[in-house]
Design a protein around this ligand. Structure first.
Ligand SMILES: Nc1ncnc2c1ncn2[C@@H]1O[C@H](COP(=O)(O)OS(=O)(=O)O)[C@@H](OP(=O)(O)O)[C@H]1O
Length: 395
């Protein structure tokens, strides 16, 4: 998406390169929060080898593409026998702030977990009780100008502010008319990302408090991905984690049928950004940080790796998927692959497997296609045995 920033799009990077190089050089000199783990090798020396990171905290924010990231984390952890910090049911007591005792099997003196990646309202001190000290903290954000529409469609039944409005257009014409701060479920209706990051309540227009909150966020999170630049994000993540390229290939989960054009008009997107002003400030800030990091990685290198990633994903889609892409839930006969459908009219797409796959390939394809809830239950059974059916979001 286009932001009024010097270095926020690949296309504009050529012109902005000088500015960005200066900024990123300064950031590196000052030891900014997004320093890379592997030190840069001196000229003429091969880069220092790095160890794949297996201690991961992924803050899964809502409606930002996080389910697709969770799918690759699930697969990475499962194939390597890593321990997941799982909720007892669907999520960790959300929307209450995360607490360690919400993790199934957590004991204060017990062994730490390797990966935590399901919805929570972030709470650093409690997460630190569960996860090793050397964990890599990362998350993903999205432009509130489109996230707001996705949340409106998905959480219509659970957010009173959305439920009361006859349409998104009506809500945006006078959001204050429908919204009551603090009402149960209304965190979905305003500044949802600010809420998920567990950032403090700040008064309207208090730019000092906003800046302090965002500085704290960048101290806690080593990397924040952008939903709009999903594939570039995966490449930067792969590099930060020292993972092989194939480990970050995933299908897009939780999508909806695409219509004829964008779901929000430019005017509606602008209203959504104004209504979600804290999320917009957060997004603008993290967008800048993302592109500084992308520029440090190297634009041409990034484009090359993104192309390889897309090729791998397209090959897998051709090999694995019936119809080669996402399908509506009614066209997915296998309940283990059918995604949860929220109450209301929003349709969530999933995947069905091609007939005739050999067993090993079928297993691999099934894991790529398995929705988050069913996959969480598989991991739960692997770690704890027995059955544990998830309850749906908002339930
Ligand atoms: N790979 C990739 N690239 C870009 N966008 C993606 C991707 N994967 C998921 N999505 C979009 O993210 C939205 C779903 O987000 P989540 O998975 O976080 O939803 S949830 O909070 O877990 O319900 C949902 O957005 P909407 O379609 O606007 O609702 C998905 O289409």
């Amino acid at each position: 998406m286009k932001l009024p920033l010097a270095c926020c799009r690949l296309q504009t990077l050529g012109a902005a390169l000088g500015v960005c190089v200066t900024i990123s050089f300064t950031v590196q000199l000052l030891g900014g929060p997004f320093q890379r783990r592997a030190p840069t090798a001196p000229a003429g020396h091969p880069p220092a080898p790095c160890q794949p990171q297996t201690h991961l905290v992924f803050l899964k924010t809502h409606k930002t593409g996080g389910s697709s990231i969770v799918n690759l984390l699930h697969r990475f952890g499962e194939t390597r026998g890593l321990r997941f910090a799982l909720p007892h049911r669907y999520q960790f007591g959300y929307p209450s702030p995360f607490r360690a005792e919400r993790v199934k099997g957590y004991r204060p003196e017990g062994p730490p977990f390797d990966i935590i990646c399901h919805h929570m309202r972030f709470n650093l001190t409690e997460v630190q009780k569960v996860m090793p000290n050397d964990s890599f903290y990362f998350s993903i954000v999205r432009d509130p100008g489109t996230l707001g529409e996705s949340a409106f469609a998905y959480y219509r039944a659970v957010a009173p502010a959305f439920r009361r409005a006859p349409s998104l257009a009506a809500f945006l014409a006078a959001p204050g008319h429908f919204y009551e701060a603090g009402a149960r479920g209304n965190h979905y209706a305003r500044n949802l990302q600010w809420f998920d990051f567990g950032l403090p309540v700040v008064r309207d227009g208090d730019s000092v408090a906003v800046a302090a909150a965002l500085a704290g966020l960048e101290r806690d999170f080593a990397l924040v991905l952008l939903a709009e630049r999903f594939d570039e994000s995966l490449v930067l993540l792969r590099e930060a984690l020292c993972w092989p390229e194939e480990a970050v290939v995933a299908f897009a989960h939780n999508g909806r049928p695409t219509g004829d054009g964008p779901r929000v008009s430019p005017a509606q997107a602008a209203r959504l950004r104004a209504w979600n002003s804290l999320d917009w400030a957060l997004y603008v800030h993290l967008n800048r940080s993302f592109w500084r990091r992308a520029e440090a990685f190297g634009v041409a290198r990034l484009q090359d790796e993104v192309a390889r990633l897309r090729q791998r994903r397209a090959d897998l889609a051709r090999r694995c998927l019936r119809g080669g892409g996402p399908l509506p839930a009614r066209a997915i006969p296998d309940g283990r692959l059918r995604p949860f459908q929220p109450p209301g009219r929003a349709q969530i797409l999933g995947y069905a497997l091609r007939a005739g796959l050999r067993p090993a390939e079928r297993e691999h394809c099934a894991r790529l296609a398995t929705p988050e809830l069913q996959y969480k239950d598989i991991l739960d059974r692997r770690q704890f045995g027995g059955g544990n059916a998830s309850i749906p979001p908002g339930g």
